[in-house]
Design a protein around this ligand. Structure first.
Ligand code: PLP
Length: 413
């Protein structure tokens, strides 16, 4: 994402060094141009029914941008639903998913008249029906199916296998039909699925499409008027330089092969694919040390800033900003958090570094800031959006004093 102008690293037309002058590291930077290009490319290939999975990056500025690009929103909590509404998404373009929605969550979604509430269990269908009946409403719903497909991705981001907690098993369609037909206040109009994240095998998408087509046919044959078939997200992003390119055109080919003439509309709900590559994390080297023959660069970003490596074993490439040195060294790059898992990369060759230098962690636009925490009582990272030679700080963390103030000391202490 960085381009160099006279040896000066830039994001679009903005110098990284200018950003460091106004914002303390670690921080996230996003390129507006990259987001727009990726969204437009995705829409061009997969069609207009794209619901941005806002869990991947739910900053209000990003949501406003996504809404201006005519995307819908896929939300998984009332908090996210409030974010989407606040950013201006039309309720009719919001889908509410999530494996555990409370009564209050369902009531709120119903009250906001969103496009679809995608239910994930038979119990949830029953609960929603009783709430809708109580409120004298008829509510359009979808059902998230679990197609029992292994997306062959990282274990902790697989969601489509039979034993995963998500969706209703696809071989329970008869039960779903029977239940829905007995519901007074629900209209089943959609089915959806999401087999996991970071899926690179086109075969997995092909199998999913076939399963979903069969499922749609089965519902239709049982007298249910399916209008929407939502095929999830999960498109791969090239995190390692050595990863093969993910060809979304091949997903489209499989889509066209599978769904020829249909009376329902097809949609997708990607997050990562739309924004991961448009973001980087900028961090400074706090100290340098050698332990047991390993050269550690201890940086100010940690697992509290970007948890994916520690949590999933995910890989993010890291590059140095000072590339002029003649001397190269092998480093391990670790954060300041008191956990052994707080390591980003173990064996990376970089130009010789010194304290204070900047490093850039790549492809962190998705599931970066949204998963950050105050662990070790460190502040959350800031976020900056760049637009040509313009930039804006779009998230500024509260001071640690404010965080401390939120704790409440009981009277007996
Ligand atoms: C139901 C659902 N849809 C869509 C997504 C988006 O996945 P991705 O960001 O990999 O495209 C997720 C991510 O976990 C999800 O749980």
């Amino acid at each position: 994402m960085l381009n160099y102008k006279n040896n000066d690293p830039h994001i679009e037309g903005t110098s990284l060094h200018d950003l460091v002058k106004v914002c303390e590291t670690p921080f996230y930077v996003y390129s507006q141009e990259k987001i727009i290009n990726q969204v437009n490319k995705t829409k061009e290939i997969l069609g207009k029914n794209i619901f941005y999975s806002i869990k991947s990056n739910s900053n209000q500025a990003i949501l406003k941008l996504m809404n201006s690009l005519d995307l819908g929103a896929d939300v998984v909590s009332v908090g996210e639903l409030k974010r989407a509404l606040d950013a201006g998404f039309n309720p009719n373009k919001i889908i509410f998913e999530g494996v555990g929605k409370s009564e209050q969550d369902l009531l709120y979604a119903m009250h906001k008249n969103i496009r679809l509430i995608n239910t994930e269990s038979l119990e949830e269908i029953k609960l929603l029906d009783s709430l809708a009946t109580e409120k004298n409403r008829v509510v359009d719903i979808g059902v998230r199916l679990n197609p029992d497909i292994d997306g062959e991705t990282l274990n902790k981001i697989s969601t489509g296998k039979k034993t995963d907690k998500f969706g209703i098993e696809i071989d329970k369609i008869d039960k779903i039909v029977e239940l829905v037909k007995s519901c007074k206040s629900l209209n089943l109009v959609g089915i959806s699925c999401h087999i996991g994240s970071q899926i690179s095998k086109i075969e997995a998408f092909k199998n999913t499409f076939n399963q979903m087509k069969m499922a749609a046919n089965k519902f239709i044959e049982s007298g249910i008027n399916i209008k929407h078939v939502d095929l999830g997200g999960g498109f791969h992003v090239k995190y390692k330089d050595s990863d093969p390119d993910f060809n979304i055109g091949m997903v489209k080919e499989e889509l066209d092969n599978c769904f020829t003439k249909t009376n329902y509309e097809l949609s997708f709900e990607p997050g990562r694919y739309l924004i991961a590559e448009a973001g980087i994390t900028v961090t400074s080297i706090i100290t340098i040390k050698n332990n047991g023959g390993i050269n550690y660069l201890i940086v100010d970003a940690g697992m509290n800033t970007l948890i994916r490596p520690a949590m999933y074993g995910a890989h993010h490439e890291i590059s140095a900003i000072n590339v002029n040195s003649e001397e190269f060294m092998n480093y391990a790059i670790a954060g300041p958090i008191c956990e052994s898992s707080d390591i980003f990369l173990k064996n990376i060759k970089l130009a010789k570094q010194k304290i204070g230098n900047l490093l850039v962690i790549k492809n962190t636009g998705a599931y970066g800031k949204v998963m950050s925490s105050n662990y070790n009582s460190r502040p959350l990272p800031s976020e900056i959006l760049v637009h040509n030679d313009n930039y804006a700080i779009i998230y500024s963390p509260e001071k640690i004093e404010k965080t401390i103030e939120a704790d409440i000391i009981p009277s007996w202490l």
